[in-house]
Ligand binder design. Structure first.
Ligand SMILES: [Fe+2]
Ligand SMILES: [Fe+2]
Length: 165
């Protein structure tokens, strides 16, 4: 994701966001493990804590991407950017290294998830296109309505002037 600015704090916010996000997923995973091991109480504890970690991650995101500055176009753009980075850069590089190191399971998973990132990018791109088209249609209707309104107002002004004279 793009940086807020070049400050050390922006870097730290990114790291803190990554850490809290990871804690969230890790605790949900641990909850599943605990449940599988028959410990419902610990499973619930992990789930509750995971929920709080989401809140922590969102607080960091709010500083990195203030919601008041975001639009539908922008969030789709950010999502596409991230998915394309994963599919075009990150996973191919990770796959190459995994193959060099003989970690075939990891290499397979990188290929699989790289393809899924491409699929996600495509879905977001389609949504962005649909949103753009919808905005254009709405703008067209708004202009048409405004013109009709102006005409009605113009007509009634003429009427009032005619009555007054
Ligand atoms: Fe936390
Ligand atoms: Fe994805």
């Amino acid at each position: 994701m793009k940086k807020l600015d070049n400050s050390k704090t922006a870097d730290n916010l990114h790291s803190a966001f990554a850490g809290e996000s990871m804690a969230n997923r890790k605790y949900l995973y641990f909850a599943k493990v605990a449940r599988k091991l028959g410990n419902e109480e610990i499973a619930k504890l992990f789930e509750e804590t995971a929920h709080q970690e989401t809140g922590h991650a969102f607080s960091h995101l709010e500083l990195l991407y203030p919601s008041k500055d975001l639009t539908v176009e922008r969030i789709l753009e950010l999502a596409i950017e991230g998915e394309l980075y994963e599919t075009n850069q990150m996973y191919p590089e990770f796959e190459k290294i995994a193959l060099e190191e003989g970690k075939l399971d990891a290499a397979d998973e990188f290929v699989e998830q790289g393809a899924e990132s491409a699929e996600h990018a495509k879905i977001f791109e389609q949504a962005a296109k649909r949103f753009k088209a919808l905005t254009m249609v709405e703008k067209y209707h708004a202009t048409k309505y405004q013109k009709a309104l102006e005409k009605v107002q113009g007509d009634s002004e003429v009427e009032i002037t005619a009555k007054a004279s």
